[in-house]
Design a protein around this ligand. Structure first.
Ligand code: PLP
Length: 393
């Protein structure tokens, strides 16, 4: 089928809930993508931080195909090796204690929220179930994770939303303290607010927040669905903040392109979810787990160092252009935000697409770049030339 035919079918039969970009993608290699007609794009999106090893990675393809031919799925009522191995690797490399596997970020956060509430219920009984999250956060699209998301635009249509969430201003301890109280069981944060605009939390703020949580037996939940799995230049972003969260959710990049998410629990929360209290049919699927094992094997220290180098290179290059409409370049590792004024991020995106570069937006003023972590210097340079052109013409 050609692009026209594919778009026609989609507009007729698919729920039109996505504001899609006018591009059909057929195949990819490295950080390049092609339409059915052969038009080439440099990809600075990686499926919103999912294709961490890029497209067509040989190791990843072998891991998946070998596992698929051996065992494509088995229920969580049985044990399987890829699952057990993945749990071990995640715990050993993060310092966390146990892992629960889900199928995406929103679902992972649901599990993290359930665990926090049960931890508090087991220890203190009813009435201590409130979770404080931050304004501009994004935690998912389920009815509960929309509640957790501290942006009013997400609190529409689907009433009634799950109760028990309050919001504090990011990087503001006074605002946090004003929302804490005897009814609070947890604080949930993204260390870099991704959808909200690539907004990193200050280290001093995070350390103080962590200390307040610890002193009051309030659980610290970190949503690393976007920042995790190498994206910010360490396996998990919390490792660069020097904190020990009670739970960390992850998803997007974990399986390099297959649907998977999960939550890692720390010492306090490791044994809260007991038999029958939480489950999901596909969680830890062997093919997804084999893909994730491959992703983690590729992400050794040298790989993570290269993510930092490439991210710094992009930020330095963009800052060095001194383009008047660029007001701030932010982020960590290969999670890059470019704040613009006088031109909308959507307009920049449209110009980039026209010239052969895929980018994302975030918040109201930010062009967001989440390239595959394996992107080459040459692919970065080609993409940056197009971006520069889009920002100046
Ligand atoms: C993408 C994202 C989610 C939601 O993940 P899904 O897999 O779309 O459910 C949750 N939290 C953060 C920080 C995200 O970036």
């Amino acid at each position: 089928m050609n692009s026209q035919e594919i778009k026609a079918l989609d507009s007729k039969y698919t729920v039109q809930s996505y504001g899609r970009c006018d591009v059909v993608i057929d195949h990819g290699k490295g950080a390049k993508l092609w339409t059915p007609e052969g038009k080439e794009y440099i990809d600075f999106t990686s499926g919103i931080g999912v294709n961490s090893l890029g497209y067509g990675c040989d190791k990843w393809i072998s891991a998946i195909t070998e596992q698929a031919s051996k065992l494509g799925h088995i229920s969580n009522l049985f044990y399987s090796e890829p699952y057990a191995k993945l749990s071990q690797t995640l715990c050993e490399r993060s310092g966390m204690s146990r892992v629960f596997f889900a199928n995406g970020g929103g679902e992972a956060n649901e599990g993290m929220i359930k665990c926090a509430r049960k931890y508090s219920f087991d220890k203190y009984g009813e009435g201590r179930s409130t979770i404080v999250t931050l304004y501009q956060s994004f935690h998912g699209r389920t009815v509960t994770t929309l509640s957790a998301t501290g942006q009013d635009v997400f609190h529409n249509y689907f009433f009634p939303f799950t109760e028990g969430f309050r919001y504090a201003k990011a990087n503001d301890i006074a605002s946090l303290n004003s929302q804490l109280g005897d009814d609070v069981c947890a604080v949930m944060i993204e260390l870099i607010q991704g959808e909200g605009g690539v907004l990193p939390l200050d280290k001093a703020y995070v350390l103080e927040l962590a200390a307040i949580c610890k002193d009051n037996d309030i659980l610290l939940l970190v949503d690393e669905v976007q920042t995790g799995v190498g994206r910010t230049g360490s396996l998990f972003c919390f490792q660069q903040y020097g904190i020990s969260p009670d739970a960390v959710s992850f998803a997007k990049g974990i399986a390099g392109g297959l649907p998977m998410g999960g939550v890692m629990f720390g010492a306090k929360t490791a044994d809260v979810l007991t038999p029958g209290t939480h489950a999901t049919t596909f969680g830890g699927n062997p093919v997804a787990a084999a893909a994730a094992n491959c992703v983690l094997e590729v992400m050794d220290d040298a790989f993570l160092a290269s993510v930092n180098e490439k991210g710094d290179y992009i930020r330095e290059t963009v800052s060095g252009w001194n383009i008047p409409c660029v007001t701030r370049v932010k982020g960590m590792g290969l999670m890059v935000g470019i704040a613009v004024e006088g031109i909308s991020p959507k307009a920049v995106l449209a110009k980039c697409v026209e010239k052969g570069l895929l980018v994302l937006t975030a918040g109201s003023d930010t062009v967001r770049l989440l390239p595959p972590l394996t992107i080459t210097r040459e692919e970065i340079d080609t993409g940056l030339e197009i971006l520069k052109d889009a920002l100046t013409h």
